[in-house]
Every structure is written in structure tokens, then in C-alpha cells.
Design a protein around this ligand. Structure first.
Ligand code: NAP
Length: 276
């Protein structure tokens, strides 16, 4: 379905570039069918040079007029201004996808013409290397076909799950903030290795590859955390001693609390945006 559409990105930043790379490398569409509007001339020049065939514009209205699928890829702080600017050019043929963190559907629907088909997406940072997980949800006017198209579109960034918007704060608390929690764990694993005498670059490599490899093993061999833990933990061995230390120091409770606190903060921020 994607190949038939003219896709326009408003904002040519990191996330827009990651999606463009994903779409092109998956062969889902051609650069000639993608346009980007971006205010920064140097960034426009970079995008034009890096992705031959891509149409790069300086005008958001011009972009909307040319596109069927409009991707809002600007920072949340400028979203209200961008919506006000493009609203006059948004027509029933347009499908609008917003990837802005924390901007609810109601905010987008209030500022675009009634009946506009809008899909809200919550991506995460590993999307920048096409290994993200995105949640998406449709607004009042989207059809099943629109949602299928969103699924296909987001697959270029990694995995995608359709979820009700009521779960988006919890998604933000888990997969949105999760990369930072995992980074903290990798840092601590590295420091542990250094404390036990490993040179830092060696400890960094061991820690990173251990986390990456464990996640891949769990995914590819379809092992749940319990099974994976059982595979590594021999009776009276080293790993069970380490696990006891992590439990004694409260790692599971601390991680659960981190997701809870991040979710609560996302709820607070969503309420502030809705009051605007
Ligand atoms: N990066 C992530 O991992 C991640 C994860 C989840 C969600 N998101 C969401 O993705 C969206 C984009 O994030 P990002 O990381 O790609 O940010 P970014 O790199 O800052 O990209 C935003 C781009 O929009 C441009 N822009 C600013 N004002 C504009 C306007 N009025 N019209 C058109 N373009 C405009 C910016 O240009 P200037 O540089 O000139 O300002 C910039 O190139 C955000 O809403 C964010 O919440 C990102």
C-alpha cells in the first residue's frame, strides 16, 4: 500500500531520517515518492545529498499539498504552531501520522479540520537504528485500512503494536524511557567489571554485547526471562550468587518503580498538553 502514496515529512530531523532510511532500505518505496520540509538550509542540503531523489522543501504548506500521507516529525513544543500553519491545506485524502511524544490525539484533532484521519505513534530511540518498538493508535476518523497502512509504515522502524491511547503513558514509561534504564544497567555492569579488574574498554564491550546478545537470544529462541535465567543458573554456581545479590539490593523492585514513576510523569505532562 505504501508504494502508492506520496509521503511527506514535516521536520527533517533524526526521527524523520531514520524512517526514510527504513522505508528506502526495506524497498517499501522510492526516494522520488518522499518529500521533506525542513527550515534549516544546511539540513536540507544534507538530506538532498544523502538521499538522491528525495524532494526537500522549505515550506510546510507546499509539502502538505503534495503529499497523501503527512508525517508530523517535529518536536512537541512546535506542534501547535505547525498544526495551525498546515490546517488550511489538510484535506480528506490526507492521512496524518504524528510521532511526537506526549501529544494526544485530542490535541491534534482539535487543531486539524473535522474528520481528519490521524494516527498517533509513540516510537522509541532504538528506532534510529531501525530496531525500535512503536505503539500506535487511531483517531476518531481512521479506518482499518489506515491502521494497516500505519503498521506497514512503522515496520520500517522495527516492530509496531496497535494499542489503545489509554495505555500510551505506560508505553512511554516502559519502551519510551526503557532505553535509558537499560543504559544505566549497562553502565553498572561495566563498572562492576572495572571494580573486579577488567580494563574499562573491555568491560564496556562485554557489558554491551551481553545485553544485546541476551535480548536477541530471548527473542530469536523465544525464551521468556524465567527460562533464560534457568539456562544460565547452575546449582551452587556463580550466577545464582549474583542473582541473590541483585534481589537483596532490590533491583526488580527498583525497575518496576522506575516504570511507574516514568508513567506518572507522562500522565502529568499529557494533562498539561491537554489543558493548552
Ligand atoms: N528521537 C527519538 O528517539 C524519539 C523517540 C520518540 C519520539 N520522538 C518524537 O519524534 C519527533 C521528532 O524528534 P527528533 O528526535 O527527530 O527531533 P529533531 O531531530 O529535533 O527533529 C525535528 C526537526 O523538525 C524541524 N522543525 C522545527 N520547526 C519546524 C517547523 N516549524 N516546520 C518544519 N520543521 C520544523 C527541526 O529543524 P531545526 O533543527 O531547524 O529546529 C528538526 O530538523 C519529536 O516530536 C519526538 O517527540 C523522538
Amino acid at each position: 500500500m505504501i508504494e502508492k502514496l506520496r509521503i511527506g515529512f514535516i521536520g527533517g530531523g533524526q526521527m524523520a531520517e531514520a524512517i526514510i532510511r527504513g522505508l528506502l532500505s526495506s524497498g517499501r518505496t522510492k526516494a522520488e515518492r518522499i518529500a521533506v520540509s525542513e527550515p534549516l538550509p544546511e539540513r536540507r542540503a544534507y538530506l538532498e545529498k544523502t538521499y538522491p531523489g528525495l524532494e526537500v522543501l522549505g515550506d510546510n504548506l507546499d509539502l502538505v499539498r503534495k503529499a497523501d500521507l503527512v508525517v508530523l516529525a517535529v518536536k512537541p513544543q512546535v506542534m501547535a504552531r505547525v498544526l495551525e500553519e498546515i490546517a488550511p491545506a489538510v484535506e480528506p485524502r490526507h492521512l496524518v501520522i504524528s510521532i511526537a511524544a506526549g501529544i494526544p490525539l485530542s490535541f491534534l484533532e482539535k487543531r486539524l479540520p473535522p474528520g481528519t484521519r490521524i494516527i498517533r505513534v509513540m516510537p522509541n530511540t532504538p528506532a534510529l537504528v531501525l530496531a525500535g518498538i512503536s505503539a500506535y493508535t487511531g483517531g476518531q476518523s481512521v479506518s482499518r485500512e489506515d491502521l494497516e497502512l500505519a503498521q506497514e509504515f512503522l515496520s520500517s522502524l522495527g516492530e509496531a503494536l496497535e494499542l489503545p491511547e489509554s495505555l500510551f503513558d505506560a508505553v512511554t514509561g516502559l519502551s519510551g524511557s526503557g532505553p535509558a534504564f537499560v543504559a544505566l544497567f549497562i553502565e553498572a555492569l561495566t563498572d562492576g567489571g572495572v571494580k573486579m579488574g577488567l580494563p574499562r574498554p573491555v568491560a564496556e564491550k562485554l557489558a554491551l554485547e551481553t545485553v544485546l546478545g541476551t535480548a536477541r537470544l530471548m527473542k530469536e529462541a523465544q525464551k521468556n526471562p524465567y527460562e533464560l535465567k534457568a539456562m544460565v543458573t547452575s546449582p551452587g554456581g556463580t550466577t545464582i550468587c549474583g542473582i541473590k545479590a541483585l534481589q537483596d539490593k532490590g533491583l526488580p523492585a527498583a525497575v518496576m518503580e522506575a516504570v511507574e514513576q516514568a508513567t506518572k510523569r507522562s500522565q502529568e505532562l499529557s494533562r498539561l498538553v491537554e489543558e493548552e
